[in-house]
Design a protein around this ligand. Sequence first.
Ligand code: ATP
Length: 313
Amino acid sequence: MAQIITIGEILVEVMTKKVGQKFDQAGEFVGPFPSGAPAIFIDQAAQCGSSAMIISAVGKDDFGKLNLTRLEQNGVDISRIKVLDDETTGVAFVTYYENGDRDFIFHIAKAACGAVDENDITEELFLECNYFHIMGSAIFNEPIYKAIIKGMELAAHNGSLITFDPNVRKEVIKDEEKRRKLVHILNESQIILAGEDELYYLTGEAEEEKSVKELLAQKAEIVIIKRGRLGASMYTKEGVTHVEAYPVKEVDPTGAGDCFAGTFVSAINQDIVPIKALRLATIAGAKAVTQKGPMEGNSTLTELSEIYKALYK
Ligand code: ATP
């Protein structure tokens, strides 16, 4: 079994060819690209050299095959991805606007990946697990939420750490039930990797330092705030460290946060100290945005280490 385990959606992403292209009229698209936030995370964790597994499901179709082939090639344990005869693989359509905003149409909850439940979570999965990584995007139906909670209980029982990327957009705060579930996971996590406004969306506390302090006073040991082209900050009980972004030309921002998290968790799993793991993750996040397609800019630890050596002698 694996040292890093995640759970959640596997899908293909299809993107509009033009910036500003709308979904309510005909247009050209590019893709399919392998995708799904947990899939991007686990692909990167494996590429960085950790044993890594995803619990998910795809349909018995070419979109499923595209993902399975990519993940397996990059070293992910795909033995817990169900291939379902009667379901189709999830799909996300994405369009970008001049101001950097994105719109998505997701086909997830009623696709194959929506068929994951508590029965897919078994005790032996966690015997070698060091990190159980949860993404907020994976909580798209009740059965998968229950599966995540069962996984968290088994992980905690086994001494694995919970790592959490809330991956939440402001729309979610209108869904009180979902917000409550995400806050529960947040409070149980030892390592939190959040976007700039996500703690505010979840806790209602506008002051970043205050909400981070409250988390560090509970179960959290590390809280990282991802700031896009402004880099990232890491809070621990000892204080805060900021790392500037590695400068690149941004082509496609989707997946940067998942790639960042996959790098960080994979690095600390290999006993790389947190500050170096943070710097490597920042380089990985930057590399991720230079390629079209959410998983296309993922990197190996060797590639990241070369840039690291040039930056931090
Ligand atoms: P997503 O939800 O799209 O996966 P996110 O909001 O979770 O992304 P970001 O903050 O966008 O996460 O990106 C993660 C990290 O990647 C940042 O903290 C930064 O280090 C790096 N990064 C992202 N965008 C850029 C960029 N344009 N230039 C350089 N580095 C970037």
